[in-house]
Design a protein around this ligand. Sequence first.
Ligand code: ARG
Length: 399
Amino acid sequence: MAKRVVLAYSGGLDTSVAIRWIQERYNAEVITLTLDMGQPIDLEAVRKKALDIGAKDAVVVDAKEVFVNHYVKRVIKANALYEGKYPLSTSITRPLIARELVKTARMYGADAVAHGCTGKGNDQVRIEVSVRALDPNLEIIAPIREWGFSREEEIDYAEKHGIPVPVTKKSPYSIDENLWGRSIESGILEDLKVEPPEDPFVWTRSPMSAPDEPEYVEIGFERGIPVSLNGKDLPLIEIITALNSLAGLHGVGRIDMIEDRLVGIKSREVYEVPAATVIIYAHRELEHLVMERNLLFLKNSLENEYAKLIYDGLWFSHMREALEAFFDVTQEVVNGTIRLKLYKGNIIVSQRSSPFSLYERSLATYEKGDIFDQKKAEGFIYIWGLPLSSSARKRGKKP
Ligand code: ARG
């Protein structure tokens, strides 16, 4: 049985109760680990809370740079949207948490790690598969899955053990947040007949109350990564922060979807992802300008594979590395700027430009200056359609 456990600690009630529960159930020491990935969090307060509850030590890590540079950037290059919609904002934090859990366990000579995921979601899978890939010898403890407390029993347990229970009425929603997005579920959202009410939204205005004047944003890309905003060079993290408030103000980036969880459940999820939505939109526009047709289509099909793989918790797979190697080559030409108009929940493309642009006006034009030799089309069409005309003749196709 585990003697020393590193627990992924958010500072919320579940993982706070888990500190004591693990100590009692396993008679083990608990070290907590909290990562700052841009969620609203007071790291010092979280650290103190963990120690007050009885953690042997409380580690806090500012993981924002790693998160952006090793996780968010890859999602951008791949235009990774699960089921065509969700930019994986929660999903990509789990392998990072797992990696830090394993690192911390090594540092403290711990023989187990623990997390606060339920048994119904994707996150338990992502964390556990990742921990196993990195260190198969670590024991994994999932208190929330094991203890079977009802809400009342959990609060009872907390009160009995002097664990602070939030005095404010608990939000009816389950929320997970970092700088790439905000995931919202449960409460009234479980009723598919109900439109999401305004109260869970924090980053985005309703398109109906968004400003009447549109706003233009211009995003500059280098090798597929945003490097400037409105002509000003900025680190990606600042571009994301700025776009979250700009696009959010204009009602851009709300997603309401029926999502297929890996564990077989269909659930309704609502997301606020303004920067992610705008950046991926612009990135796609630029790719359409600079990429060969066949490559564009192939990349598109692999993007879905990639998004599914990350969603499914297979971050530390060879397949991810292989797909990324492919995406990296495709990004060699993704330089340029995309200007967008944000207006009442819509993104409207305004201008596209790139040194690698494959758009040639002299080929596309119907006006003077046309260099396309239309006569050559005849031979092309004859040969292109040859397999069909042969086969149709054999099969006796009649109009
Ligand atoms: N469904 C998303 C995923 O699996 C988000 C999960 C967490 N959502 C939440 N509201 N706590 O990646």
